[in-house]
Ligand binder design. Structure first.
Ligand code: 3HC
Ligand code: NAI
Length: 655
């Protein structure tokens, strides 16, 4: 028999039910069963007056066990367990540390009280898995917090920190301190003793749902439909919440359960589950098991432009000390201003306090002298995309850095082997390809050269973990995984234009499919000149690169929003794309009179092209597994997460 996952302790007349089901106390069948048995046993114990529910390890219950979702539901079912805890003859008090998520928060909702450490959060992230809460989350939450707060929590899926959860009425007390085994335990016991001196509040299920303002549901439904773009779960969650507000408890529970089970078997939920597990597997690849990464504390960044400043910001956010090197005093001042600007933006958006922004800057130093990197553990180069400039930088680094320091390039298109040429210690060299804005985008492509030592590669993954990024290993080819697929995608979109499909129709098709932007408006935003210069470089090197429609636009001065026009026109100071007569005229000689395609066909064709390129990349060994291609597209290029990525969406991977 396997080890028990629930133990029961006692402090006078208060019982402590302690869950220990690593890694995250997910509600496996065994845990549900043992919690049920604990409720029975404690109900029968006349000496016990209250029950504190605590978890061992890093977190409170993180939710239903997602790995059980592909299997038939097994008794005891979670909604019944939540009811069982609520119906216990003694009040249960959930003592939360880490995260109480999904089914974990629903168990807490079944408890008569909830207390949490300041650092804890609570939430209902089910929509991010393509489902809705399935154990009363949509029915009990509005009874505590009202429908407006419940709608935000459930349709957005973002957890709330303890203080906000308390303000919303979702928890009863915030416990000060840090240690769950001491501070939380003591605080929860004190809370329980105090609670026993007062009459008990009603069970959550017996509370009414306050009626919202007139027009509330219509407003919520139209906003959610607009955001959803085909994603099912948020709208279905809202419908369940509405039911909770308008029908009796039991009827609302039945509605929630039916919706939950329906969505659990859906294609979207399968896609989101596959992404969930791929994301969790990515930071610790199997082939690096047992390889010790090198310790990282001090990191150098060369170049303080768009990428260098963003990378420096990401490093500071994660607590690394950073030294930024630029080519001269003027560029250095710009680099420093770029970094300061990123943190000021964080303050403006309420993500950082002034004091935190100052502390971020205080941990960065700025120099034009490579000697400042003598102690660096890692240096990331982000200078102009020119092989000569980059090689000169690495020659300086080889002279000034410790021989064990890891040297990395952020090149987008150059061959990292060529960048490393001439280095006497190529085993410490690696490509670390960040995405813009580097302090926001989650993807990090890690590109080893043949000489890269395994522990240097492992350090790339360790860095990604420290930065909270999703690492994907890529082999060497032009554009690695992401930009290579992007190139094929753009070429395929141009082909549709050549066949007579309207530019705006292609963008709309991709937006309808769930992308934040279509391929042409995205190019206008980023600028058409970068890819143009790259093609021109290849042409100058004697390679056969056929003319693209983008080339014609750039040659006519249409580089995108920054020049007032690219694929579209833009009114001065505006970002709204307008169909462009000038573009139509410029491209007319290349465009056939074709028959229009419907949007679904357009999107499926373009996603098919991405997947075909993904397949080629896999065949060449540039990507190691199909899920890596999907993670690159989702985290680097705005592919709709709920479609699972191009490989999943085209049936090239199932989980
Ligand atoms: N079920 C099964 N396994 C889970 C899990 C879950 N709900 N949540 C996490 N895990 C596993 C991960 O796969 C990982 O496994 P591995 O070590 O073998 O790779 C391990 O737990 C640790 O996970 P993380 O690396 O994510 O650990 P962190 O400490 O960084 O984060 C966390 C902890 C914040 C709890 C994070 O794991 C998380 O957000 N988990 C998902 C929570 C969630 O979505 N819950 C809702 C589930 S749906 C539900 O409850 C339906 C209900 O309404 C009926
Ligand atoms: P940028 O032009 O904004 O910044 C480059 C910076 O490097 C400038 O501040 C410049 O002064 C500095 N620099 C040039 N030569 C230098 C030298 N010898 N020593 C020190 N500093 C020097 O360019 P950006 O966009 O930041 O790109 C940098 C690198 O990142 C390029 O290799 C690019 O391909 C890559 N990249 C760019 C992405 C983007 O979206 N902009 C995305 C991913 C990678």
């Amino acid at each position: 028999m396997s080890e028990p996952v629930v133990s029961i302790g006692r402090e006078g007349e208060i019982a402590l039910v302690i869950i220990d089901n690593p890694p995250v106390n997910a509600l496996s069948q065994a845990l549900r069963q043992e919690l049920w048995a604990a409720a029975d046993r404690l109900d029968a114990d006349p000496e016990i007056k209250a029950v504190v529910l605590l978890c061992a390890g890093r977190t409170f219950i993180a939710g239903a066990d997602v790995s059980e979702f592909g299997k038939p539901p097994m008794e005891p079912h979670l909604p019944d367990l939540v009811d069982r805890i609520e119906d216990a003859t003694k009040p249960w008090i959930a003592a939360i540390h880490g995260s109480a998520l999904g089914g974990g928060f629903e168990v807490a909702l079944g408890c008569r009280f909830r207390v949490a450490l300041e650092s804890a959060s609570v939430g209902l992230p089910e929509v991010t898995l393509g489902i809705i809460p399935g154990a009363s989350g949509t029915v009990r939450t509005p009874r505590l917090a009202g429908v407006a707060a419940a709608a935000e929590l459930i349709t957005g899926g973002r957890p709330l920190k303890a203080a906000k959860a308390k303000a919303a009425g979702l928890i009863d007390a915030v416990i000060h301190g840090e240690d769950p085994g001491e501070d939380l335990r003591a605080g929860a016991l004190a809370f329980a003793r105090e609670a026993l001196t007062r009459p008990l509040p009603p069970k959550t299920s017996e509370r009414p749902v306050a009626a919202p303002e007139p027009g509330f549901w219509a407003e919520q439904e139209s906003a959610a439909a607009k955001r959803a773009k085909g994603e099912a779960a948020p709208l279905r969650a809202l419908a369940s919440l509405r039911k909770a507000a308008e029908a009796p408890f039991a009827e609302a529970m039945a509605f929630e359960r039916a919706t939950f089970l329906d969505l659990r078997g859906s294609e979207q939920a399968a896609a989101l589950r596959a992404v969930f597990f791929a994301e969790r597997a990515a930071p610790r690849p199997v082939h690096l098991k047992g390889v010790e990464p090198k310790a990282l504390k001090r990191v150098g960044v060369i170049g303080g432009g768009t990428m260098g400043a963003g990378i420096a910001a990401a490093l500071r956010d994660a607590g690394f000390s950073v030294t930024l090197i630029e080519r001269d005093a003027e560029a250095l001042a710009r680099g420093e201003a770029n970094l300061r600007g990123i943190f000021a933006g964080g303050v403006k958006r309420g993500k950082l306090t002034e004091a935190q922004a100052e502390a971020r800057m205080a941990g960065a130093s700025f120099s034009t002298d490579y000697a400042a990197l003598a102690e660096a553990d890692l240096v990331i180069e982000a200078v102009f995309e020119e092989i000569g400039v980059k090689r000169a930088v690495f020659a300086e680094l080889a002279r000034h850095c410790r021989p064990e320091a890891i040297l990395a390039t952020n090149t987008s298109y150059l061959d990292p082997r060529a960048v490393a040429e001439g280095l006497s210690h190529p085993e410490r060299f690696i490509g670390l390809h960040f995405f813009s804005p580097a302090n926001v985008m989650k993807l990090l492509e890690i590109v080893p050269i043949p000489e890269t030592a395994p522990e240097v590669l492992a350090t790339g993954f360790a860095l990604a973990r420290a930065l909270g990024k999703i690492p994907v290993q890529a082999g060497i080819c032009e554009g690695f995984i992401g930009n290579r697929i992007l190139k094929r995608y753009r070429a395929a979109a141009e082909n549709l234009v050549r066949q007579g499909v309207a530019i705006a129709e292609i963008d709309a098709a991709m937006r309808d499919h769930g992308f934040a932007m279509g391929p042409f408006e995205a190019q206008d935003l980023g600028g058409l000149d970068i890819a143009f210069l790259q093609r021109e470089g290849a042409r100058a090197a004697g390679r056969n690169v056929p003319e693209t429609l983008g080339d014609l636009l750039v040659k006519a001065g249409r580089k995108g929003q920054k020049t007032g026009g690219g694929w579209y026109d833009y009114a001065p100071g505006e970002r709204k794309p307008q169909a462009s007569a000038a573009t139509t005229e410029l491209l007319a000689p290349r465009i056939a009179l074709g028959s229009p395609l419907d949007r679904k066909t357009i999107a499926e064709r373009l996603v098919g092209e991405m997947a075909a390129e993904g397949e080629a990349i896999l065949a060449e060994g540039v990507a190691l597994q199909p899920s890596d291609v999907d993670l690159v597209e989702i985290h680097g290029y705005g592919f709709p997460r709920w479609r699972g990525g191009p490989m999943f969406a085209t049936g090239r991977r199932s989980s």
